[in-house]
Design a binder for this molecule. Structure first.
Ligand code: XMP
Ligand code: MG
Length: 183
């Protein structure tokens, strides 16, 4: 384990088995297949690629990039679209795949933005949920894990673009981000 990580919150095995369950659940809900996953870059990359491989029906993917956090660990509350979809989603079964829902600002914005393009179904699949931090009400259709209010990294999640490669989800030591704030 890296010295910046205080504790492993979710092990590689725990993530793997939960992602498999989520894939099976989504597959049961969309038996005709032709589902489109929309991954939110970059945090959801590991999750979306594992989730796709646990699907039992035909699925495709597209990506969006939004910015709300910049390089720090605090949200600015402002969402900006940096990369839009490649595909038309009208009349399609679409699932937004996100790494973590915190205040809910990002997903609320994305959901409304995509809903306006008239998909047949629009669902939300989120690996992690920090309910204590919620500011905006949002319904999560498929949820991996609820977690306490810690800043977590790994399995795609970063702090200042670091730690995405870790195969587990770990709690970042507080002095790592406190140190950055003081300089
Ligand atoms: P909101 O507040 O809009 O935030 O729901 C969602 C985005 O915030 C980032 N985020 C985190 N990233 N560890 C991270 O690496 C965390 O604990 C964390 N909490 C929020 C993330 O980019 C997410 O998409
Ligand atoms: Mg994200």
């Amino acid at each position: 384990m890296r010295e910046e990580i205080k504790e492993i919150l979710l092990s590689e095995e725990q993530i793997k088995s939960r992602v498999k369950e989520l894939g099976e659940e989504i597959s049961r809900d969309f038996p005709e297949g032709d589902v489109l996953f929309i991954g939110v870059l970059k945090g959801s990359v590991m999750f979306i690629s594992d989730l796709m491989r646990s699907m039992k029906v035909d699925v495709n993917m597209d990506f969006m990039a939004v910015s709300s956090y910049g390089l720090s660990s605090e949200t600015s509350g402002v969402v900006r679209i940096l990369k839009d979809l490649d595909f038309d989603i009208e009349y399609r079964d679409v699932i937004i795949v996100e790494d973590i829902i915190d205040t809910g600002t990002t997903l609320r914005y994305l959901y409304d933005y995509l809903k306006a393009r008239n998909p047949r179904n629009l669902k939300i699949c989120c690996l992690l949920d920090k309910p204590e931090r919620r500011k905006v009400n949002i319904n999560i259709d498929y949820k991996g894990f609820e977690i306490p209010d810690y800043f977590v990294v790994g399995y795609g999640l970063d702090y200042a673009e670091k730690f995405r490669y870790l195969p587990y989800i770990g709690i970042l030591k507080e002095d790592v981000y406190k140190k950055d704030k003081s300089n």
